[in-house]
Design a protein around this ligand. Structure first.
Ligand SMILES: O=C(O)C1=C[C@@H](OP(=O)(O)O)[C@@H](O)[C@H](O)C1
Ligand SMILES: C=C(OP(=O)(O)O)C(=O)O
Length: 431
């Protein structure tokens, strides 16, 4: 699906979608439990993949008619051997988290995904499962899916790099709680995307499971039971998704734009508020009400490290292309391991719109404000975050921007273009 977006202002109020990270964890935690009600979940292509996985392991997931509640029946920490291959589609979180679930099953689990997911790194997690005494292989022997996992493992100590994906650690902690021995995760290298492990600890705690930080990494004791208080878990709003709306407000609000659903949580991506402030945006966050208000502002380039917040890179790159002066995004090598290599993708697509961008392995430098962005035909790279960030660029570019692959927003923010339209953007799609 192509999406056309022309220079236009935004105004009014928008609701942030529920958090993808919290929803994945809550669905799987409910699977490890005897069950739970998950309220305000994100129902999207990626979270549906986690629902399918919980069902494959013997649970069930019922969605209310309006998708505002998931009623999940769990497998109580003892996953069955799946009757079929688990298709994780485009979702890295699903594949990593449920690979570790497969290591608990007394038999073989096979996991696959779409072409993008089958090119992402899984080797360190496979290695960790083998260190625990399970079997875990890439069918092609290249550390990528399809994956074959055989359990059951009892728990132990594993060493794993911290700078490829924090999802490996989340996966091991979530599964480790229901092993006999528990799992000690020793980090071989510095942890990137660290706030995502804090999200995991927060969800585990809400389900009555304790995991702790240690001198070398993390530890979860075995023999624990997942039991959410009151049998229910409520998902907060998603700050990565909010980043597109906040950027739209800072770049193109006619008057002001309110974003609702911004209650504080462990999400590192709430740093977008601070980043916008540092760039000079007029932005206020009412934490009690969960409302962020932005007004159109002249922005200046800054230096931002995205070691903790990889998903913000596309948004920051667009802000940098419009801001005056240079924006330097550092510590971004791990952002190359996402649905696509987002460092290259943003460099190449913003260049098509007239921006001046330099790419190095671990740094993206954008010389903003030299020329106005110009509408162009750009490629969303089958990556939801590239599509959404280019749509924000399209709001301020001269003329019309055509983005190929608009349907990929279904991965994390299914009604993104409706929300954009409702706040006044001149956006249309050819379905
Ligand atoms: O655990 C999670 O929910 C996520 C962790 C991050 O991945 P990495 O840990 O692979 O950087 C992030 O990019 C992804 O969108 C969601
Ligand atoms: C990288 C992402 O997700 P995942 O790793 O789950 O595919 C993302 O949502 O940007």
């Amino acid at each position: 699906m192509n999406v056309e977006i022309s220079q236009s202002g935004v105004r009014g109020a928008a609701q942030a979608p529920p958090s993808k990270s919290y929803t994945h964890r809550a669905i799987l935690a409910a699977g490890y439990a005897d069950g739970a009600r998950v309220t305000d979940p994100l129902v999207s292509a990626d979270t549906r993949a986690t629902m399918r996985a919980v069902e494959a392991y013997g649970g069930s997931v019922d969605r209310s008619d309006d998708d505002s509640v998931l009623v999940i029946d769990g497998f109580g920490g003892r996953p069955s051997v799946p009757a079929d291959v688990i298709d994780c589609a485009n979702s890295g979180t699903t594949m990593r988290l449920v690979t570790a679930t497969g290591a608990l099953a007394d038999g073989i689990t096979v996991l696959t995904g779409d072409e993008s997911l089958r090119s992402r790194p899984q080797g360190p997690l496979l290695d960790a499962v083998e260190q625990l005494g399970g079997r875990a292989e890439s069918t092609r022997g290249n550390g990528q899916a399809p994956l074959v996992v055989k359990g059951p493992v009892d728990g132990d100590t594993v060493s794993i790099p911290g700078d490829v994906s924090s999802q490996y650690i989340t996966a091991l902690l979530m599964a480790g709680a229901v092993t006999d021995e528990g799992i000690d995760v020793d980090l071989e290298t510095e942890l990137k995307s660290a706030p995502y492990v804090q999200i995991t600890l927060e969800v585990l705690e809400a389900f009555g499971v304790e995991a702790v930080e240690t001198d070398d990494g993390f530890r979860v004791d075995g023999g624990q039971s997942y039991e959410p208080e009151g049998g229910e878990y409520a998902v907060p709003g998603d700050f990565s998704s909010m980043s597109y709306l906040l950027a739209a407000g800072a770049l193109a609000a006619d008057d002001e734009l309110l974003v609702r659903g911004a209650q504080p949580s462990a999400q590192g991506d709430s740093a977008i508020v601070d980043i916008l402030e540092r760039m000079g945006a007029d932005i206020e966050w009412d934490r009690d009400e969960g409302v962020i208000t932005t007004r159109q502002s002249s922005l200046s380039g800054i230096e931002v490290g995205v070691e903790d917040t990889p998903d913000l890179l596309p948004t920051i790159a667009v802000l940098g292309a419009v801001a005056d002066g240079t924006t330097t995004i550092t510590d971004c090598e791990h952002v190359r391991f996402k649905e696509t290599d987002r460092v290259s993708a943003m460099a190449e697509e913003l260049t098509k719109m007239g921006a001046s961008v330099e790419e190095e392995q671990d740094t993206l430098t954008i010389h903003g404000g030299e020329t106005d962005l110009t509408g162009a035909e750009v490629d969303g790279r089958a990556d939801h975050r590239i599509v959404m960030s280019l749509a924000v660029a399209g709001l301020v570019a001269d003329g019309t921007t055509t983005i190929a692959g608009g349907e990929h927003v279904d991965v994390s923010f299914p009604n993104f273009f409706d929300v954009l339209y409702d706040i006044g953007a001149d956006v249309s799609r050819d379905d």
